[in-house]
Design a protein around this ligand. Structure first.
Ligand SMILES: Cc1cc2nc3c(=O)[nH]c(=O)nc-3n(C[C@H](O)[C@H](O)[C@H](O)COP(=O)(O)OP(=O)(O)OC[C@H]3O[C@@H](n4cnc5c(N)ncnc54)[C@H](O)[C@@H]3O)c2cc1C
Length: 466
């Protein structure tokens, strides 16, 4: 069982052996260190170990195991369910480990597991290279990649996890391993989509691709009354779009102060966002149809540095706001599904919330699904339901809106979900079995081998069979 008091002699020995910082309740930096991106999360760990390197991670895993402490692992701290922290246990905090080393000849980047996408993009773009990340740059590389990784380059270059060459990690037994196609290949399979179940990752090696430095981008907003015809046109567009194009649609009030004033600001809208991973002229032409679905309320499409595009949404997701997000893979975008998307987007209790439709397919679907544990390659679209709000008094209404929307939208889905948008992790095992299908048993076998006592449980947890 997890405990909340730690033997002081053991703690002193551990402290002496660590090069990083140990942070405990009462320390001046404790509240900052336990805060994560989602303001809904308020966990009070007994100990936060801000690791300086692999040796600290090994020592912290051993310390948690030997003292029977609940363990959480923090990469970028952006998991919506707040799995980076825990009550009463130990947090392995990797946020000081942000090193990136690019090999421009080999077109690879080695990155430490506390880095954000902004850290990685900064280094790779210096060489005109990139690997697929997420669409908000202060999200952690680690959590996002281990769960899959769906970003602006996905249809051209696949998921973040598809671009992994190798992963370095510390297992529950305290062993330091490299997993790749050649070393521990089964573990490498599970790490690509199976989340933080198998160890503490300390470093990733990614494949890089020539991208930018400038790319053609699209951000166009239409009146919400035209949501139906816009999403129908989007469905046709996506079918014919070149693989360089990765886009998403989002519906909501989108009260952007720079783009809208007065009544327009408070009106319901439908927007399309995306980029083209290739040459800017071809990209501008390829994105053009997205800008002609109707008469736009705003159109800020254009050519911009890829690194800047990666940061375009950052300020829309500030630390400390209240968030509750879930997802569902969609079988398609039928007229009936579009109708329900309109209904739910208009019903959102908060003007900051959106219902999102992510285009999938392309390089994601082209991969052999058996190569990695990631479970969403079959779907043409991912539905994201994002409740974003400010007042604690509105918690119930916002959470209920997401859950009701998901319940309704299941009629357009096989029920599988993207595990990086986990709500509060309330569905548990049944949802994991639905999502992973036949791969679930293979993941359990891997968990039995690498973490039989479930030391790594603060995640989309694959429970060991014992
Ligand atoms: C604003 C925002 C935008 C997002 N945009 C996208 C997007 O475009 N595409 C997308 O695919 N997802 C996106 N996500 C979801 C994102 O993938 C998840 O929230 C992910 O968990 C974030 O990773 P993190 O390292 O920041 O999280 P953390 O909260 O630090 O970690 C989450 C979990 O990942 C595991 N983990 C983290 N680090 C390690 C490690 N080093 N070793 C082992 N396990 C580890 C642990 O289980 C941990 O509990 C977004 C999330 C947010 C908040």
């Amino acid at each position: 069982m997890a405990q909340t008091t730690i033997d002081t002699d053991r703690l002193a020995q551990f402290d002496a052996a660590c090069h990083g910082d140990l942070i405990q309740p009462g320390d001046s930096d404790y509240d900052d260190a336990r805060a994560v991106w989602n303001g809904m999360i308020d966990k009070r760990p007994a100990l936060i170990v801000r690791c300086a390197g692999v040796a600290d991670v090994m020592a912290a895993v051993e310390f948690a195991r030997d003292n029977d402490l609940l363990l959480a692992v923090r990469g970028g701290g952006h998991n919506v369910a707040g799995t980076a922290v825990c009550d009463g246990g130990l947090v392995i905090d990797l946020s000081a480990m942000t090193g990136v080393r690019v090999d421009p000849e080999a077109r690879t980047a080695w990155v430490q597991a506390g880095a954000t996408w902004a850290d990685l993009d900064h280094e790779t773009q210096a060489f005109g290279l990139a690997t697929p990340g997420g669409v908000v740059s202060d999200t952690g590389v680690a959590g996002l990649t281990l769960g899959g990784g769906i970003g602006h380059l996905r249809c051209k270059y696949g998921l973040s996890c598809d671009n992994l060459r190798s992963v370095e990690l510390v297992t529950a037994a305290g062993e330091y391993l490299t997993a790749s196609a050649d070393e521990h290949p089964e573990l490498f399979w599970g790490l690509r989509g199976g989340g933080g179940n198998f160890g503490v990752v300390t470093g990733f090696t990614f494949e890089l691709h020539p991208v930018g430095p400038e790319v053609a981008t699209c951000l166009v907003v239409y009146p919400g009354e035209q949501l139906g015809e816009c999403l129908q046109a989007y469905r046709d567009y996506v079918r014919a779009a070149p693989a360089d194009v990765s886009t998403l649609a989002f519906a909501g009030v989108i009260p952007d102060e720079e783009l809208f004033a007065g009544d327009e600001r408070d009106a319901f809208k439908i927007a399309f966002l995306g980029c083209h991973a290739g040459a800017v002229d071809a990209g501008t032409r390829a994105l053009e149809p997205l800008r002609e679905f109707a008469t736009p309320m705003a159109d800020v499409s254009g050519v911009m540095p890829y690194a800047e595009f990666q940061q375009l949404l950052d300020e829309d997701y500030p630390d400390g706001l209240r968030y509750y997000w879930k997802s569902l893979y969609l079988d398609g975008l039928s007229d009936a599904a579009i109708n329900r998307i309109q209904y739910w987007a208009e019903a959102a209790p908060s003007p900051l919330s959106t219902v999102d439709v992510w285009q999938l397919g392309g390089a994601i679907a082209d991969r052999d699904g058996r190569e990695s544990a990631f479970a969403g390659r079959h779907a043409p679209y991912l539905l994201g339901v994002e409740a974003n709000w400010e007042a604690p008094a509105a918690d119930g209404a916002n959470v209920e809106w997401v859950r009701d929307c998901l319940d309704d939208m299941r009629q357009f889905s096989d029920g599988s979900v993207y595990l990086n948008f986990p709500g509060f992790l309330e569905e548990g095992d049944a949802m994991l079995q639905t999502t992973f299908g036949p791969a679930y048993e293979r993941l359990v076998a891997l968990k039995d081998e690498y973490d039989p006592t479930n030391l790594f449980s603060r995640n989309q947890n694959i429970a060991p069979s014992g």
